[in-house]
Design a protein around this ligand. Structure first.
Ligand SMILES: [Zn+2]
Length: 232
């Protein structure tokens, strides 16, 4: 079942380790088959170098395990909420990568200080509200997804235009059209978080780029008018 997607999700998870975004068994990636309504996710607590496609766990969008011998990632409920809320995404990554986690722990959004950021996201990388005591004590992982989804819905943000978020006091989630894009976006976010931090330290008065420069760079790489890269 979903052999190709399991291979892809397994490989994408290993990329998180290759990109030095995860330590030990932390972090996880999933992918979804929208037609079948099934997700494939990393098993909980298995080291990256030992992962194989057969270890991947298949679940439906109600969180019921459909296939797999292992327990799915503890963050599975967060992934499910995001797939249900963001119908245009195909893969999700979660890490505790250092620089992005620093911003998440500071509970601060990452401003688009330059064009590297604008190439990646069409605006700030938001930081969620903190979860309440009740939201943490009951259905914590589901509520982590809910607070992210709520932010994007209330602010009318397209998840593919802002492919990352910081969960307050926790760490980053990124996503994309598939699991590989989610992994790559986790790596780009880390670069952006690092450079933004240094920008802020060097020049606390630094401002986000002007909207016209943000638009220029974002739309050069994304959308129908994109001119970046080679014709496919
Ligand atoms: Zn986490």
């Amino acid at each position: 079942m979903l052999e190709e997607l399991k291979e892809k999700v397994c490989l994408a998870n290993k990329k998180l380790a290759e990109y030095s975004l995860v330590a030990f068994t932390r972090g996880n990636i999933s992918g979804i088959d929208r037609e079948k309504g099934l997700i494939v996710i990393k098993p909980s607590g298995v080291p990256y170098d030992e992962l194989s496609a057969n270890d991947m766990v298949v679940l439906d969008l109600q969180g019921k395990k459909v296939q797999g011998d292992k327990k799915p990632s503890v963050d599975t409920a967060t992934h499910i909420v995001l797939y249900r809320a963001f119908e245009n995404i195909g893969g999700i990554a979660h890490t505790h990568s250092k620089w992005a986690t620093i911003w998440a722990q500071a509970c601060k959004a990452i401003p688009p200080y330059g064009t590297t950021h604008a190439d990646f996201a069409h605006g700030c990388i938001p930081c969620t509200e903190k979860l309440t005591k009740d939201e943490v004590s009951s259905e914590y992982e589901k509520n982590t997804g809910e607070v992210i989804a709520r932010y994007f819905i209330e602010n009318k943000l397209d998840p593919l235009a802002i492919p990352a978020v910081l969960a307050a006091g926790h760490g980053p989630f990124t996503w994309g059209t598939d699991c590989f894009e989610a992994a790559d976006n986790a790596a780009v976010l880390e670069e952006i978080a690092m450079t933004a931090w240094h920008t802020r330290v060097l020049a606390p008065e630094a401002l986000a780029v002007d909207d016209y420069l943000l638009d220029k760079h974002y739309y050069r790489k994304h959308g129908p008018e994109a001119s970046y890269g080679q014709k496919k």
